[in-house]
Design a protein around this ligand. Structure first.
Ligand SMILES: [Zn+2]
Length: 302
């Protein structure tokens, strides 16, 4: 994977809430799903997008906290910007949103509404409640923002063995997949269905997550075609190895893999994100087709 050093990094698509007092306090982890804590808490990670869940508690009015992008803007305008983790991640966000700006109307008949990714450290207040880093990156449907503590990538590399750089844009593309579901009304439909039919809540959650993986695959296929506002390509190359790294990551955060790592029995009825095999398959479905319309995880078996 190579990023184009001439691409402009658009920091207006992210919000830096790492500095100052904002979000630095003691976090109260949101009880999500089984809430077993430990490694499960960490990787429940991508779970939080699970609409419904423990959310809506102590909801904040969105936008109460403001980020300060001044330092980030400076860093990302410098010559060595691509050596900075936060600037690279900003560029990934730029690519993912550039993709959906075209693909959402073209392939799924819906206008894309851009949204920001919030960089936080340790804890953050969101319209979905307060979250701490232990929950991993997540999307909050109530304020339509993606949240990530960038130190999650160290957890991914050291504890989950997903070390490749391409794990990072994959994770972000998965979260933006939830944003797309929000724009399409998919997660709202799923939430209502889960309320009507609680016995199938986990299965529905798995389908929602697998679709986000599939959307991430569709982005990956088209990522080298994405450009900044002046038409400069963002990625100059993405290789088979990068795709393999994304798939490794998807597998590493499969529910069965997480259970095994935590020395817990693997119980498919408790899955909320899908098995490693399912996550790999659906990422590949999106990647092979390059078309988000192929990501129907709701009809038939997954
Ligand atoms: Zn997810």
């Amino acid at each position: 994977m190579e990023l184009n050093e001439n691409a402009r990094i658009d920091t207006s698509q992210v919000e830096d809430r790492r500095g100052g007092g904002a979000g630095g306090g003691l976090g109260i982890p949101i009880p999500i799903g089984g809430g077993r804590g430990g490694i499960v808490g960490i990787v429940i990670a991508v779970l939080v997008a699970l609409v419904g869940g423990g959310f809506g508690l102590n909801a904040m009015t969105g936008g109460e906290e403001q980020g300060d992008n001044t330092a980030l803007e400076q860093r990302c305008a410098a010559d060595d910007a691509l050596e900075q983790l936060d600037c690279r991640n900003t560029l990934y966000v730029n690519s993912i949103q550039a993709y959906w700006r075209t693909a959402l109307p073209q392939d799924l008949g819906e206008q894309y509404q851009p949204t920001r990714t919030v960089f936080f450290s340790r804890a953050v207040n969101t319209a979905c409640g307060q979250a701490d880093s232990g929950v991993g990156p997540f999307y909050c449907p109530a304020d339509s923002l993606v949240y990530i503590d960038l130190s999650f990538y160290e957890v991914l590399a050291t504890q989950l063995g997903a070390e490749g750089e391409f794990a990072q844009p994959y994770v972000l593309a998965h979260e933006y997949g939830h944003h797309v579901q929000n724009l399409l009304g998919t997660n709202e439909q799923v939430r209502r269905q889960q309320q009507r039919d609680p016995g199938n809540a986990n299965d529905l959650s798995v389908r929602l997550e697998l679709q986000a993986d599939c959307y991430a695959g569709a982005w990956a296929k088209n990522a080298t075609g994405t450009a900044d506002d002046s038409g400069q390509r963002i990625f100059t190359s993405i290789t088979e190895r990068d795709i393999a790294e994304a798939i490794d990551t998807a597998e590493a955060i499969g529910d069965d893999a997480i259970s095994r790592r935590a020395d817990r029995p693997v119980n498919p009825d408790e899955f909320t994100h899908g098995s490693s095999e399912q996550r790999r398959q659906w990422f590949n479905r999106g990647y092979d087709s390059g078309d988000p319309a192929s990501c129907d995880t709701f009809s038939g078996a997954v």
